[in-house]
Design a protein. Structure first.
Length: 210
């Protein structure tokens, strides 16, 4: 490994034999798209204060046990400064966006499996920085139905206000995702999700089919 290549926080995650990949949007293959994505956070920091979600459907009923996403940190060479991570699996209204949170998990970053992919952003308008694959094992499996609209949201609490979590763009599926601004001083006001007709985010869902 060269000095410029970031070290992995842990060994590559082996694919558990009892789990099946239930859904996948691969990270963008074009090198010029590495470092392009949406910011997704759970607390305000004075900039890029949004939480992001992307839609999906399962072909068969299943229980989601693990979430995998791809991330490029902005303002850092690692993910070490993030202090907490939150995963939400939502019911989705195609017109209004994510509605009811069906399953929620809050995890310490030490519980994650993080692997550097060896790719870096910085071409054109993309953010400079290393790309990481992040595996998130859910504390409890989340049962979901087939042919039903859902949305996945993964956001982090920042430990340093200038370091941001950017969810890497994926290959094109339906080009629909959702974003919501964080406004903690107006918690009594329901902040609506905003539909984004642009690109999809890279993620996989793993678990057991029912």
């Amino acid at each position: 490994m060269s000095e410029s290549e970031p070290a992995s926080k842990s060994a590559p995650a082996a694919e558990p034999t009892e789990q099946t990949r239930l859904f996948a949007i691969a990270p963008a293959a074009d090198a010029a798209r590495v470092g392009l994505g949406f910011f997704s956070h759970t607390s305000e920091s004075g900039a890029r204060d949004h939480v992001h979600a992307d839609d999906f459907r399962l072909e068969q009923p299943a229980s989601v046990q693990r979430v995998r996403i791809w991330v490029v940190p902005v303002g850092a060479e690692s993910l070490d400064s993030f202090v907490a991570l939150r995963v939400d699996l939502f019911a989705l209204d195609p017109e209004r966006g994510p509605t009811t949170a069906l399953c929620t998990a809050e995890l310490d970053p030490a519980m994650l499996e993080i692997q550097a992919t060896g790719r870096r952003g910085g071409e054109g308008e993309s953010t400079p920085g290393p790309e990481f694959r992040v595996d998130i094992s859910l504390p409890e499996a989340c049962p979901l139905d087939a042919d039903t609209d859902y949305a996945l949201s993964v956001g982090v609490q920042r430990g340093q206000p200038e370091v941001h979590w950017q969810w890497q763009d994926g290959e094109h599926r339906d080009r629909i995702s959702w974003s919501r601004p964080l406004v903690t001083d107006r918690v009594s006001v329901e902040i609506p999700w905003i539909r984004i007709d642009d690109v999809d985010s890279a993620f996989e869902l793993w678990g057991q089919r029912r």
